[in-house]
Design a protein around this ligand. Structure first.
Ligand code: SF4
Ligand code: SF4
Length: 274
């Protein structure tokens, strides 16, 4: 999580209602449902509280306690799951770095982490460089909690492909100032919520388009031609991002219709307001 940003929107901590900790390994657990990740965050937050305020905190002792308390397993072994990510506000709406000077009250303790303060403060994920400001604004304004926000702001394909399909249809780019339209935001929210409740989610353990095999992570594929003799779906990148697995061609067509209907709904409300 970087300390400061010269970007128009601070994606890590965009507002008081949500934030992201994805690059600190937040979702890198075999069980990474909302409830599972919340349990880990609650544990780390509670365990670290006394260490955070102590001048001579024993960080190894914290690590022991945390290790003993976690009932989950890492998903991708090569990705670091930082033990210092926790809730950083009293309401537990925002996740963040418990070693950051803005959280500790001034002391920068991030050198206690595997990455160290320099790497932590200098890291900006692809959401900063790959998304347009309108795309960033869409994710920030259409998600309302840390869990879904972090999953979405790091899913470049999902967001960019939705924009691409809309923009190709309307023949114009989506304008940031028109995303204040509550009806348009409501449709975007429905689309982003597919990350959490997609009915065609694969049984195998995935994280977005990635799956884990032989100590490495790979990008998943849907074998359209091989399985059903059909060309690659126009929504392929979205379907892969949503961790799709289809039992039949009917399921694939249903999924495409669901996505198309969200695109159509968005266009209807977006173009209704000038
Ligand atoms: S994944 Fe991106 S937005 Fe999320 S905490 Fe890391 S740098 Fe910030
Ligand atoms: S110390 Fe850990 S939680 Fe904090 S920014 Fe670095 S990786 Fe993230």
């Amino acid at each position: 999580m970087p300390s400061t940003s010269h970007h128009p929107i601070h994606l890590c901590q965009p507002d008081k209602g949500k934030s992201c900790g994805a690059c600190c390994g937040l979702y890198n657990w075999k069980n990474h449902s909302r409830a599972d990740i919340k349990e880990i965050l609650e544990l780390q937050t509670a365990l670290f509280a006394p260490f955070q305020t102590s001048e001579h905190a024993d960080f190894d002792r914290y690590r022991e306690l945390r290790e003993a308390g976690i009932k989950n397993e890492k998903l991708f072994e090569t990705i670091y799951n930082c033990e210092f990510i926790g809730f950083i506000d009293p309401e537990h709406c925002r996740v963040g770095c418990m070693l950051h000077p803005m959280v500790t009250g001034g002391r920068d303790l991030r050198d206690h982490c595997f990455y160290g303060a320099e790497i932590c403060s200098g890291h900006f994920c692809p959401g900063y460089s790959c998304f347009s400001t309108a795309q960033q604004r869409a994710v920030v304004d259409a998600t309302s909690d840390w869990y879904l926000y972090g999953l979405t702001i790091t899913d470049i394909d999902l967001v960019k492909e939705f924009f691409k399909h809309v923009e190709n249809t309307i023949g114009d780019s989506i304008k940031e100032k028109r995303l204040g339209n509550p009806a348009a935001l409501a449709v975007l929210a429905d689309f982003f919520r597919l990350k959490e409740n997609w009915r065609f989610k694969a049984a195998e353990n995935r994280l977005g388009k990635y799956y884990f095999s032989a100590a490495e992570y790979h990008v998943a594929r849907i074998e359209y031609e091989q399985r059903w003799g059909v060309p690659v779906s126009r929504f392929d990148k979205i379907l892969v991002s949503l961790e799709s697995e289809f039992a039949s061609q009917d399921d694939l067509q249903t999924a495409e219709m669901l996505i198309q209907s969200l695109i159509d709904r968005f266009i209807a409300v977006y173009t209704a307001v000038s």
